[in-house]
Write a protein that binds this ligand. Structure first.
Ligand SMILES: Cc1cc2nc3c(=O)[nH]c(=O)nc-3n(C[C@H](O)[C@H](O)[C@H](O)COP(=O)(O)O)c2cc1C
Length: 223
């Protein structure tokens, strides 16, 4: 993806809470700051601005030209901002041990636009593949409640030939409370944004050709 600055990459941060000023939005903004600190461009989209309806039954609601008949901002968001980005950071509250409804709908509706029946599918699909992903979760409970969601996003990344570069879970319930989480989820979100393209992601198979050591040794002094 080309921005005006050579070497600069574009990251879209999808903020998925119904609350525009909630905990996951703070984490989303922190990640966007981190992306910019690394010299890349970041764009934050709040899903309720773009998504009004769930996935329908494509067989009955796909238009004769193959396009989706749901007339909200989803298609423009997907085509112009998500499929045009090099990295995607998903920021969601934990809702009933899963993503927010808007984020689930964002993912469900990929189906309509990546189906061969959609006239743009051959452009949209490659725009979703071979990208770096990050995941930010705000939750009232501690870490374990978010595990199924983290694993679901790991699978989503695998399915899309993407890499999940990392995740951050922040604890909080009332708006903005995540700033008081001693594990500092905002700093960890910023760090994930900064390192989105540089973090080591190892997803090995038994026949993956690789050195035995994970980290390169520093060159010996004077050598
Ligand atoms: C509908 C709903 C379901 C929730 N389900 C869970 C849950 O399963 N586990 C949990 O730890 N917190 C749950 N919470 C609490 C939120 O995850 C928590 O308040 C979070 O910080 C909200 O993030 P936000 O401010 O970005 O919306 C739920 C909140 C709502 C409104």
């Amino acid at each position: 993806v080309q921005t005006d600055v050579p070497g600069q990459r574009m990251v879209i941060v999808l903020a998925a809470s119904p609350r525009a000023d909630g905990n996951s939005m703070l984490m989303a903004q922190a990640a966007a700051e981190g992306v910019r600190e690394a010299g890349h461009a970041a764009d934050v989209a709040w899903l309720p601005d773009h998504i009004d309806a769930h996935l329908g039954d494509c067989r009955s609601c796909r238009r004769p030209d193959g396009r989706c008949s749901i007339s909200d901002g989803y298609e423009a968001l997907l085509r112009d901002r998500v499929a045009a980005a090099d990295g995607v950071v998903f920021a969601t509250p934990l809702h009933w041990y899963g993503p927010s409804g808007r984020l689930k709908t964002f993912i469900d509706r990929l189906h309509c636009h990546t189906s061969p029946a959609h006239p743009d599918h051959a452009r949209i699909k490659p725009g979703l593949m071979h990208r770096r992903h990050g995941l930010l979760i705000s939750a009232e409970e501690s870490f374990q409640g978010a595990l199924p969601l983290i694993l679901a996003f790991k699978e989503l990344a695998r399915y899309l030939h993407c890499e999940l570069a990392g995740y951050v879970v922040g604890s909080g319930n009332t708006r903005g409370e995540v700033v008081r989480d001693p594990s500092d989820p905002l700093e960890r979100s910023r760090e994930l944004g900064r390192e989105l393209f540089t973090r080591r992601v190892a997803d090995l198979r038994t026949d993956t050709v690789r050195p035995h050591e994970v980290w390169p040794r520093e060159a010996a002094a004077g050598g």
